[in-house]
Design a protein around this ligand. Structure first.
Ligand SMILES: *Cc1c(COP(=O)(O)O)cnc(C)c1O
Length: 365
């Protein structure tokens, strides 16, 4: 079986370094808010080209904390793409804000910048973009709208560590960015982990305090905060793996190039990259009409796939109040997408097999 993602194999490559780092942390007797967080946040901020980074408990919290720190709440609207992992939208509704769903551009799967302005009202506070599948959203139009209407740009880069728009990386594209280091992400921890990056010192200090019980120094609470800290263990693991992220992203890019050059099947719509060098291919998403049959066929031929994501957020039971919304592009995407394996530990033979099997998929007579 060609696994969709072999996390053991991914982490095994750094076994010695990880063992040593974990031992160092165990021996230190210091497990929260210490040297590992300091080092990792410094290195991750530098990687993104951002001034500040803060490790937090997970990606959902990262987005949540940004919205909370801006003080957005009931009555405020936040514009967000309708096709995303539900966490993006949950972060908005958890703060009592109203998510305003916007259709994506079917070529890039990112929010369609042409459809944003018509959704802006006096209640709009922010545009939340999602760099879905590893491709940064083209930001020019979004920055211009944010300037024109005085909105914040918040971005969800949970799938796009290292992705670029022009010369800038995610983490330095919006006013504040949320990252996830869920184990399967391009940079993955061994458990839950996330980060916020920003160039805004005031916002950074506020998020830092809110994430630690609203405390700017011990037992002094200036906000009604939460507990969302990054464990020293996870920070240490991420600090080791961060050094290899660019190499892993390059490997993903190479596999994507090979797939895009060699998969030739009229039943399969391949993903597009508006800038080859800037895409980090968190997942390689193709579209196909009879998805369940295609997935079964691949499975029968030894290829594991995953669907990102089978149901649009507005069609989920949790958002039943949105069920009547008509978002045809979003719905088509969620109906047709399926992700082929694209992990940095795939062998050449596995990559070739995927191409052969996909090319041999036929119309049923
Ligand atoms: C993974 C993911 C998140 C949530 O991250 P967690 O660390 O699981 O909380 C948010 N948004 C997107 C687009 C994601 O892929």
């Amino acid at each position: 079986m060609i696994k969709f993602l072999d996390l053991h194999k991914i982490n095994e490559r750094y076994r010695d370094e990880l063992d040593a780092r974990i031992k160092e942390i165990l021996d230190s007797g210091w497990y929260l808010q210490g040297k590992q967080n300091e080092e990792f946040s410094k290195h991750f901020a530098r990687f993104c080209g951002a001034k500040y980074a803060l490790g937090v408990a997970n990606g959902l919290d990262a987005l949540n904390l940004i919205i909370k720190a801006y003080g957005f709440g009931p009555g405020d609207e936040i514009i967000v793409p309708a096709n995303t992992y539900i966490a993006t939208i949950l972060a908005i509704s958890e703060n009592g804000c109203t998510p305003i769903l916007v259709e994506p551009d079917i070529r890039t799967y990112g929010i369609n910048p042409e459809l944003i302005e018509e959704k802006i009202t006096p209640r709009t506070k922010a545009i939340m973009v999602v760099h879905l599948y590893g491709q940064a959203v083209p930001m020019q139009k979004i920055w211009a709208l944010a300037d024109k209407y005085n909105l914040k740009v918040i971005d969800d880069a949970a799938q796009a560590h290292g992705a670029q728009y022009r010369e800038r990386r995610t983490g330095n594209l919006g006013d504040a960015t949320g990252f996830s280091f869920y184990p399967g992400k391009n940079l993955g921890a061994m458990g839950d982990a996330g980060a916020v990056t920003t160039n805004d010192e005031t916002l950074f200090n506020k998020i830092k305090a809110i994430a630690n019980y609203g405390s700017d120094r011990k037992y002094h609470h200036i906000y009604k905060g939460v507990n969302s800290r990054l464990d020293e263990l996870q920070a240490g693991i991420l600090d080791v793996k961060l050094r290899y992220l660019e190499a892993d992203n390059a490997k993903r890019r190479e596999i994507a190039r090979y797939y895009r050059d060699n998969i030739k099947n009229p039943l399969i719509t391949l993903p597009q990259a508006y800038d080859e060098a800037a895409h980090v291919w968190h997942v390689f998403v193709v579209r196909v009409k009879e998805r369940e049959r295609f997935q079964q066929y691949l499975n029968d031929n030894g290829i594991q796939t995953v669907i990102h994501y089978p149901t649009a957020p507005h069609k989920q039971e949790a958002y039943r109040e949105y069920a009547a919304l008509s978002l045809p592009v979003t719905e088509q995407i969620h109906r047709e997408v399926i992700s082929l394996p694209i992990s940095p530990v795939m062998t050449e033979e596995e990559i070739k097999t995927v191409v052969q099997v996909v090319n041999a998929y036929e119309n049923k007579i």
